[in-house]
Design a protein around this ligand. Structure first.
Ligand code: PXL
Length: 278
């Protein structure tokens, strides 16, 4: 089988392990060619650092998309995450139509915030545009904060029980038009994982693992990258989500053992071999 290709549309942050510095190695380890389209170039990510640089790449992205279109390229997945400007959401919507191969998928990780708080560089307009972009996706991967933003509800109104997480995943599917993998779901204080709604089967499910102490930046990016790689390899949604849940948990456990500071991002590199072995 030819090596599948994925466009990864995320920022490139020099230090702090997230976005493209996660997506490229994870997809490569899974035997998937990652074709990066940076949305912004930052010295570090915006969580836990001050004074970071931020170079918006909107104009360059449009030029790169035009060039790729002239080459007639098609990709097994178009996978987006952290955006640098409001205009980028419309550009990504267009790119899904232009570049998704027949039978391919659009995975939109609607990166906007965490713990009920919006990321520093996001605006109201960007969050509204992210909601529109999600309508073009085959699969979305919000956390509970992003789910609240997408539904325009207070974070405090988000569910806290397994039935509620599954109902929320179904609700986010827009009447079954897209599959949803809602991260940060749990069934009790000792576990953590994701609630899925699969538009192919119409079923919801919880995929869980033991909760490990500590919390690390970039785990959402690791999760969505493993999920995308697994879907491109042909896994069903629940199996892909379980692989993502298990890999993130293994990385978090290692990071905790190593005493990695939260803002340096989850220590995933030594564990990439787990993905290669599938
Ligand atoms: O992991 C999400 C993310 C991605 N990229 C940048 C970020 C964040 C979260 O803070 O700042 C630049």
């Amino acid at each position: 089988m030819p090596t599948p290709k994925v466009i990864a549309i995320h920022d490139l942050s020099g230090f702090g392990r997230c976005s493209l510095t996660v997506a490229i190695p994870v997809l490569s380890a899974m035997g998937v060619q990652c074709c990066p389209l940076p949305t912004a170039w930052l010295s570090t990510h915006t969580g836990g650092f001050t004074g970071y640089t931020f170079l918006d790449m909107t104009e360059e992205m449009a030029r790169a998309a035009d060039h790729w279109a002239s080459l007639g390229l098609r990709f097994e997945a178009v996978y987006s995450g952290f955006m640098g400007s409001e205009a980028q959401m419309a550009l990504v919507s267009r790119m899904i139509g232009q570049f998704r191969a027949p039978g391919g998928i659009a995975v939109v990780d609607p990166v906007m915030g965490d713990h009920g708080v919006r990321y520093a560089t996001y605006t109201d307009g960007m969050c509204r545009a992210m909601g529109k972009l999600c309508e073009k996706a085959d699969v979305i991967t919000p956390n509970l904060t992003e789910a609240a933003f997408l539904l325009d509800r207070p974070y405090e109104a988000m569910p806290q029980d397994p039935e509620g997480f599954q109902a929320l995943a179904r609700e986010l599917s827009g009447g079954g038009r897209r599959s949803v993998v809602l991260t940060g779901a749990y069934s009790c204080p000792e576990d953590i994982g994701a609630a899925c709604f699969d538009r192919e089967t119409g079923r919801t499910e919880l995929l869980l693992t033991g909760r490990v102490p500590g919390e690390y930046h970039g785990t959402g990016d690791v999760f969505a990258s493993v999920l995308t790689g697994a879907l491109v390899q042909g896994d069903g949604l629940a199996r892909a989500a379980q692989r993502a849940v298990d890999f993130v948990a293994a990385c978090a456990e290692r990071s905790h053992q190593e005493g990695i500071p939260r803002r340096e991002g989850v220590d995933f590199e030594p564990l990439l071999g787990l993905l290669t072995r599938g």
